[in-house]
Design a protein around this ligand. Structure first.
Ligand SMILES: Cc1cc2nc3c(=O)[nH]c(=O)nc-3n(C[C@H](O)[C@H](O)[C@H](O)COP(=O)(O)OP(=O)(O)OC[C@H]3O[C@@H](n4cnc5c(N)ncnc54)[C@H](O)[C@@H]3O)c2cc1C
Length: 816
């Protein structure tokens, strides 16, 4: 790394030799984390800043603040962030220049109106203050807008703007009031881990030994990561906004104009003094310093290039004609860092003890407070108070390489204000990870998506020429194809690739005892499988796992593929010496067979006798299938008789040939994730990241039926307390009376017009031919037969709580 320390003038006071936490980077994110840690009682925390505070992106931000985000929990944290500004201003005595003007999201097409109706529905159950206003009301609140372009606008009382530098300093000074310290002109040049897991943070002023370090390097997040051997998949991007000369209509107003976003025109805007500020995300992004940001880069801006945003400017002149009539005073082109899906990467890094990150925060003034809150809760309490999966650094694995990060971060920048439909798959950074079946399934008509970097089939069209999706909020093109796949599974036998399930291997004398403590459910005997929840100490769900006991000291756990790095982090945290643990997800690929004829097919290619009760429901064994060694599970997520066959990746093609050949006269058909997700709805089985996640407890989700109350396990005290008191809300299955449209998630559930919960997942259930949703509702509205409403695209549909699974309620199909 370049010799940056000699070029800096340092603070006079000396660094402490030790700190509980050292935060690297004094942008808004680092300062917010410093503030929250100190506020919650950790005073021995130190922030080190290379230059002055705000010396990355923070000083030149546009300062617009709003609550809307694609993830409801991020919206909640954005709302928290905005509410926090008054507190830090009062505590620090430093102005944040806050203007809560209210703001709007203007819909200029029916699709954007539908999108905003979905946002409005989310806001209902989150308790956010959002309401639709007509184009006429919009023009009354923002007289510079030409209302003829709009169908409606969603109004949010909480939106506005602030002074970005002021806000960052207010966080830092408020942190000092709470007892924390920060040092400017103190660049960190090395981070070295000691054998005890603590970190030496090296600067020219000396080193601090820290129990934990937090990388808040912002524009230099990647470079700070390199000091610890980390390659974070984030990328700084160039971004323009401009400030106009005085606009007479604004100069003569005595109230400030509200902030606004026009998605189709791809512009955001607000009042700036007596003119306007207008920014845009251009369709062809410009990643900045792909190979690394120079340490010398300081309070500098980049060369503006108006050609890049010319088309967007023209649109803005139509929508806000006064801007077109006014001269431009300033053009800002500044870099800020994006993550691959546009959300921050925060939390403890899996596999690197005591190393935390909060990088890729692309809307630091909307999200910085929430990121600080979450990080402080996580560090101090061991878990955040709400599920922050959408921001968790563990949602990316080593497949998320720097190159992939640049490609996806650029895509995300370009799509910042571009709608993504629920059935849409994004095109960039694809085929990062594939299995041996990829070409074969594509040749069979598979429409692919990726999950945790790995391509997997969503559904199967007639063939490759016909394999495409049409983005929509309504019932989509795959509907009839999925029906055909499900029919094959229901009447005969179908197969789905299962490489994307996570597999975790535990070996050793202490494995059973460790799992007994870590998992809330029963740990099986050799040769058997169990399903178990895994809870946090606070009793919240952290996993639903299938446990296979291969031998008394050898277990494999199957779970959510997306959660595999988060689970690895969880398992490695307190692993005893007599247990070895490995995430073996990439070492076991496979195929699951489902349907009444799955036994017939399997018996033809399995060397063992598995007929007539010799291989019972929830049995597991190591066997040979299709001539290759496998782990064979008798279990099913489709609700039909079923088997999971896991083989080493090099045998997958061979296995698939054996399955296809043996299944030819049984009408064997491949099926995809959409068919599986539809079938599990009819069984009222939740899916991880949707219905099961750390926002919910075992009792709320119904996973408490799998708890072994007779043993001691992580989260037992909290689960017992809830058992006595009863859960405040419950996961229910609803049948909805629809007209050709289904839920896609996050819709409000209402009773007599008041929000009582929200949809966690749903869709069309083909075997029972009903539109189904799963969702959490307050307990008093969870009884079978309760009549509720579900809001889909702004329309209320009646729905009824179900008392039993809709399909094969007693599970006879899966058993012998
Ligand atoms: C043109 C533009 C407009 C924007 N508009 C908005 C907006 O309207 N609303 C909004 O919410 N967001 C906006 N943003 C985004 C916002 O600026 C960022 O999200 C935010 O500043 C990120 O803060 P940060 O703390 O993560 O990173 P940074 O601000 O980049 O801070 C990182 C800090 O770490 C320090 N550092 C790095 N390496 C070291 C080291 N080795 N040792 C010590 N210190 C180190 C740096 O000097 C820097 O001060 C905008 C950004 C741009 C560029």
């Amino acid at each position: 790394m370049p010799d940056i320390q000699t070029e800096q003038s340092f603070d006079k006071k000396s660094l402490p030799g030790h700190a509980k936490v050292v935060i690297i980077g004094g942008g808004v994110v680092g300062c917010s984390i410093l503030f929250h840690l100190a506020k919650f009682g950790w005073k021995d925390v130190v922030l080190l800043e290379r230059d002055e505070l705000t010396s990355g992106s923070s000083w030149h931000a546009a300062g617009q603040i709003h609550t809307i985000s694609s993830d409801p929990n991020i919206s909640r944290l954005q709302s928290y962030t905005i509410d926090l500004y008054k507190e830090i201003e009062e505590l620090s005595g430093h102005s944040v220049g806050l203007h809560i003007t209210g703001g709007f999201y203007a819909a200029s097409t029916p699709e954007w109106y539908d999108y905003l109706k979905r946002e409005r529905s989310k806001a209902r159950y989150m308790g956010l203050s959002q309401e639709f206003i007509s184009p006429k009301e919009l023009a009354e609140r923002h007289p510079l807008i030409d209302p003829k372009h709009y169908h409606a606008a969603l109004w949010d009382d909480q939106d506005g703007d602030l002074d970005p530098s002021g806000a960052t300093y207010a966080f830092a000074k408020a942190a000092r009031v709470h007892g924390a310290q920060y040092f400017t002109h103190t660049p960190v040049v090395e981070t070295n881990q000691r054998p005890d897991g603590s970190w030496d943070v090296v600067t020219a002023k000396g080193s601090i030994n820290a129990e934990m370090i937090v990388n808040c390097g912002g524009l230099w997040g990647r470079e700070v990561g390199h000091m610890a051997g980390l390659h974070l998949p984030v990328q700084p991007m160039e971004h323009h906004y401009l400030i106009t000369e005085e606009i007479p209509e604004i100069a003569t107003r005595d109230t400030r104009l509200p902030a606004g976003i026009d998605y189709e025109a791809n512009i955001y805007f607000r009042q700036e003094r007596t003119g306007m500020l207008l920014g845009t995300y251009e369709p062809k992004s410009t990643p900045w310093m792909v190979d690394g940001v120079p340490w010398e880069f300081g309070h500098e801006l980049l060369q503006p290039d108006l050609d890049r945003i010319a088309a967007r400017l023209e649109m803005s002149f139509e929508r806000i004609p006064a801007i077109g009539r006014t001269g431009i005073k300033d053009i800002i082109n500044g870099p800020f860092t994006f993550g691959p899906d546009g959300n921050p990467l925060i939390g403890p890094v899996p596999g690197v003890k005591n190393y935390w990150v909060a990088v890729g925060v692309m809307a630091g003034f909307c999200q910085g407070g929430g990121v600080g809150l979450t990080m402080a809760e996580w560090m101090i309490d061991g878990e955040p108070s709400i599920d922050v999966w959408a921001m968790d650094v563990a949602r990316f694995g080593d497949w998320a390489s720097p190159d992939w990060g640049t490609v996806k971060s650029s895509e995300n920048y370009e799509r910042r204000f571009v709608m993504t439909f629920p059935n849409e798959t994004l095109p960039k950074g694809r085929m990062q990870k594939t299995t041996a079946l990829y070409d074969r399934l594509v040749a069979r008509g598979a429409v692919m998506d990726q999950s945790f970097g790995l391509e997997n089939a969503q559904w199967f069209a007639e063939g490759p020429d016909n394999a495409h999706e049409v983005p929509t909020f309504e019932r989509n093109r795959s509907h009839d194809y999925v029906a055909r796949e499900i029919n094959a599974v229901r009447t005969s036998v179908g197969g789905i690739e299962i490489a994307n399930f996570a597999k975790h291997e535990f070996k050793g004398d202490g494995a059973r005892a460790y799992l007994d403590k870590t998992l809330a459910g029963f740990v099986p005997k050799p040769g058997r499988l169990t399903l178990t929840p895994m809870l946090t100490p606070k009793g919240r769900l952290y996993g639903d796992l299938t446990v296979a006991c291969l031998a008394k000291d050898h277990f494999v756990l199957f779970g959510s593929g997306a959660m595999q790095e988060a689970h690895r982090r969880w398992f490695e945290k307190e692993l005893p010496d007599n247990v070895t643990y490995t995430n073996v997800s990439d070492d076991w690929h496979g195929i699951a067979l489902s349907g009444p004829k799955s036994l017939d097919l399997l018996a033809r290619i399995c060397r063992d006798d598995i007929s007539g009760g010799t291989f019972r429901f929830r049995d597991v064994r190591q066997a040979y299938v299709g001539g290759v060694p496998v782990i064979l599970n008798r279990i099913s997520f489709s609700g039909e008789l079923g088997y999971e066959i896991y083989c080493r990746p090099q045998y997958l093609l061979r296995l698939s040939e054996a399955v296809e050949t043996a299944g030819a006269d049984l009408s064997y058909r491949w099926y995809g994730a959409r068919a599986l997700m539809s079938m599990r709805l009819e069984k009222s089985w939740g899916a991880w990241t949707l219905d099961y996640r750390p926002d919910f407890t075992a009792a709320e989700s119904g996973m408490d039926v799998f708890i072994n109350w007779k043993k001691d396990f992580v989260g037992k005290d909290a689960a017992l307390a809830e058992r006595q008191k009863g859960p405040a809300r419950k996961l229910v299955t609803l049948v909805i009376d629809v007209d050709g449209i289904d839920v896609s998630g996050d819709e409000a559930i209402l009773k007599d017009g008041a929000a009582v919960g929200y949809v966690s997942s749903g869709g069309y259930a083909h075997r029972v031919k009903k539109s189904v949703a799963m969702g959490y509702v307050i307990t008093s509205t969870s009884n079978p037969g309760t009549k509720l409403q579900v809001e889909i695209l702004g329309k209320m549909y009646s729905a009824e709580v179900q008392g039993a699974p809709l399909y094969d309620a007693n599970g006879a199909n899966m058993r012998d």
